[in-house]
Design a binder for this molecule. Sequence first.
Ligand code: GCB
Length: 705
Amino acid sequence: MTSKISLLFVMAAAAFANEQTLQHQQNVIPVTDGWKFIRADVNNAETVAFDDSKWSQITLPHTWNDKDTLAGPNYYRGPGWYRIKLAIPDSAKDKRLFIHFEAASLVADVYFNGVRLGQHRGGFTAFCYELTPYVKKNSPNILAVRVDNSPFEDVPPLSGDFNIQGGIYRSVWLIIKNHVCITPLDYASPGIYFKQTKVTKEEAIVDVEAKVSNGLDRPVSAHLLALYADANGVFPETIRRRVEIVKIDAGKTVSLHDQIQIINPHLWNGRKDPYLYQAKVELLCDGNIIDEIGGTLGTIGLRYFSVDANKGFFLNGEPYPLRGVDRHQDRPGKGWAISYADQDEDANLIMEIGATCVRLAHYPHSNYFLSLCDKAGLVVWAEIPLVNQIYNTPAFAENAKQQLTELIRQRYNHPSIFFWSLYNELGNSGKCDDPRPLLTELQSIAKQEDSTRLTTAASNDPSNKWPGVRKIADLIAWNPYPGWYYGNPSQMNQLLDKYKKDANDKPVGISEYGAGASIKQHEQNMKKGPTPGGKWHPEEWQAIVHEEDYAAIEARPYIWGSFVWVMFDFGSAGRNEGDTHGINDKGLVTADRKTRKDAFYFYKAKWSAEPFVYIASRRNTERTDPNTTVKVYSNCDSVELKINAQSLGSKTETSRVFKWFDIQLKPGLNTIEASVTREGKTYTDKCEWTLMPPVEPNQATEPNK
Ligand code: GCB
């Protein structure tokens, strides 16, 4: 028996790809090309006979707000229609067919051959409908979708410092299944849940649950077989079988179970060793395999963790400081309709900076991005879009609960996720009803859906307007902005002490902190911050804020996680500040991902092991003050500085921030060169600064300051 299973599994393992998406599953076809689109409401557009020949031809992913959000807050929020003649392959004959949307924002009405399949409310989670009864054999099969990103009072987010783009901005898949199958209709999840019931260094037990649907008109008996292999597809000797044969009545969906036991498991150990086992789950009926989920949907990362209010986060029994960044999902010119390559680039930059964690703000990000985090060993904070405001209406509560359930079921198997977050800054702006009843319900749903992870929330309301609100989630985190929206950066110290005191025994994290920065604006020898809502956002101030804020965080290992706001500049149509309208420029990297700002290298020096040296303020090429500080970031022990080819010797520092004060620049061109040596290899960074001739005060070059 063992050798037969082993052979079967090794063959399947060869076909494994790495992403935990539908992308590489058998019998799953992307529905990417051939869509027609119009950004308007149109009567009868759902009917088969409707003439869409005048509509635009588009491919997915798609949004209609790829450009207009830069022009201000009045970007288009309303309906649009998509239609496609669905190509149904011969292999789908006598099978069940489903259509799976990874996301459509905000509300989607789906019609197939004129029949309304349903409506999905929520812009970030997947939804799926069965097409089987409506498929036509000899005439075109028309899928029509009305998508609407108007504000809806029952669909969070009600507001937020980001754009709500409209469209089918993630992939769509046609899924072909046998009549008895692991259902794609369980909140559009993969229908399979790997529950890590017990994980220690000695043993891991994974309870596997599959929701199985019987689409036949007679009962069937089925059982589940869960198998696993190591990362190379090698099948281990030890395996525990607990085959449970279950009768499924016609038309019913039931849960089937199996269990995987791994002795001395190779653990998923964060950035140090994000080891993934490959799992495969087979559904058997009368001895035949009739469905299987594996490969990309079947990676398992085995890990255990804990959070201590005084000592912070522990991964697999060891202290593992969670220090990382927040991320939004948009890009300039593309909005939310980003490609897989864009997501790869984001994950690579987050790895380059050396982060151990990422908060995927302020809504569910794609499964693809999560699979990149699984592989990278990044610990993820995932959240629902309960931002700023809630309304205490049954419809709003219903939708928030639905979005939380979808988030958890659709992303349950990603080992990178450790925290489900319930809200961000409720009560901070706009009308917000008392959120405690809803949050209490959400907390209990999160626990019921997933007892293996912790819940958290991002707070920014120090008032006691809703006593006990910060006690609802398992953990709490704060969004302080000292040195930007108020006070000076070193005030972070007092804030952290206050949060700790107020939290009693609840672990405290920092879900956001940061400052805006333009790579086109510079100020020498800064002592005081700019006006946050103004046009003057010098890059240098952002670095100062991060150095001081982070020093306060670093000095307090009890902070269970800290997340920089934000990794990439992102679209926020309501903002008109810094060097570009419609952008929140607190990113460590520019929105086009082309320029890493100074503060990026500060964190890289703190977090990354890859040796490098970087001269800060390098883009301030036209200097006015001959007396300057030279600041260098490096993760090496000592840095040698040369100014105009003259060595100033080496400096040794443990803080990773190396500073030379009172350097005198000569008129005209100056060369600055910093080098470090590690393991016999030298790394050098160079830049050129020109000391400009003195200008009259009324000609100063900081026009918008
Ligand atoms: C916050 C919010 C985030 C904003 C950020 C900012 O506290 O949670 O959505 O983008 O501040 O930049 O002001």
